[in-house]
Design a binder for this molecule. Structure first.
Ligand SMILES: *Cc1c(COP(=O)(O)O)cnc(C)c1O
Length: 352
């Protein structure tokens, strides 16, 4: 607290990111990073970007990257916005498209950055409870609102919403922007991007941090009607014209272009997830149906916070949220097969 702080700063409740401990030999399953490194073509593109050209500003329009994203998703580049991580894209979305007179709607259990952005931009919101079995019910989103946002699959539950239900929400709210945050969609859910051509109120947000193994690079994008994209460009160019540096542009473009590596690593994560869910079940854990690169799981006889602490003392880090309704769950990132084997053997010892 300081008398030099603005009123805004006094009122903020910042997001608390999952920790990035500096310990060696850690099994890090707490922030949903990809267990596999980025594509070798990404690493080569980054090495190429180390040059005297770094004296020059990067392309403020990010044309090559937008062309690559547009090509992959069969839209025109005017439908694409890129930012410094999807968190930055989301911040501009809250500021430019979700701040209206009526309240913004999002699920009560969801990505915990949403209420933080609502606070930062002074947006009134209503948290809509998930059903008792943690599903989004589209009918709950057919009430007056100034915008809607939800992840698909949802976080931290991992539960996907079928595309027909996503469309139901979009079609029922033609006067609001509906934002589908598809941070984890590549691990087994259906993308709403094909609906962008049909619905001018739909914006789909993606990140390079999870399925493209580039959390350290900071890149994300949004796809939607050019009117929505223009709002985001106006915010961006009133804030930072160069959110993606030369490395981010080169690396993200190469990541989009290497479709084979992407398909292979996503398939590997999905396969490991299925094995992990089965092994957890054999230990008595109940896991929600996940279409993401993490599982959300509870043990009927074990306290989740104590389990997380016991794992931690064995150098395995998972995420535990103290929020009501989910404080008996652990969110565990799907690691490599070797990491999941270490997790299972540690849990066996803890439960013995
Ligand atoms: C990880 C995550 C993001 C943010 O990703 P960055 O691109 O790394 O900022 C956005 N939304 C959800 C639901 C996430 O889990």
């Amino acid at each position: 607290m300081s008398r030099f702080w603005s009123k805004t700063v006094h009122q903020l409740t910042p997001y608390v990111p999952g920790e990035q401990p500096k310990l060696a030999n850690l099994v890090k399953l707490n922030t949903n990073e990809n267990p596999y490194g980025p594509s070798p073509k990404v690493l080569a593109a980054l090495k190429d970007a180390v040059s005297d050209d770094l004296r020059l500003y990067p392309d403020p329009r990010a044309e090559r990257l937008k062309d690559a994203i547009a090509g992959l998703h069969n839209v025109s580049p005017t439908h694409v916005f890129v930012g410094n991580g999807s968190d930055e894209v989301l911040a501009h979305v809250f500021h430019g498209l979700l701040k209206h007179d009526k309240p913004l709607l999002f699920p009560d259990i969801t990505y915990s950055f949403y209420p933080v952005y609502a606070g930062l931009y002074e947006i009134d919101y209503r948290a809509i409870p998930l059903t008792a079995d943690f599903h989004i019910r589209p009918d709950d989103y057919k009430v007056p609102n100034g915008g809607i946002i939800f992840p698909n699959p949802n976080a931290p539950t991992g539960i996907p919403l079928p595309l027909a239900s996503v469309e139901d929400i979009i079609a029922a709210n033609p006067d609001s922007v509906v934002v589908v945050d598809e941070a984890y969609v590549d691990f087994g859910a259906e993308s709403a991007i094909p609906l962008v051509a049909k619905y001018p109120n739909l914006l789909v947000v993606h990140t390079f941090s999870k399925s493209r193994s580039l959390a350290g690079l900071r890149a994300g994008f949004a796809i939607g009607h050019p009117d929505l994209i223009e709002a985001l460009e106006r915010i961006k160019d009133s804030f930072n014209s160069y959110p993606l540096d030369r490395f981010a542009l080169a690396g993200a473009t190469a990541a989009i272009e290497d479709t084979a590596y992407f398909a292979q690593t996503c398939a590997a994560v999905i396969k490991t997830r299925a094995a992990l869910v089965e092994e957890m079940s054999a230990l008595g854990f109940e896991t929600l149906p996940s279409a993401a690169n993490f599982i959300f799981t509870r043990h009927p006889q074990q306290d989740a916070a104590e389990l997380a602490a016991a794992l931690r003392s064995r150098s395995i880090i998972v995420r535990h949220f103290k929020n009501a309704r989910i404080d008996q769950f652990l969110r565990i990132t799907v690691g490599t097969n070797a990491e999941c084997t270490l997790l299972i053997s540690a849990l066996k010892k803890i439960l013995a």
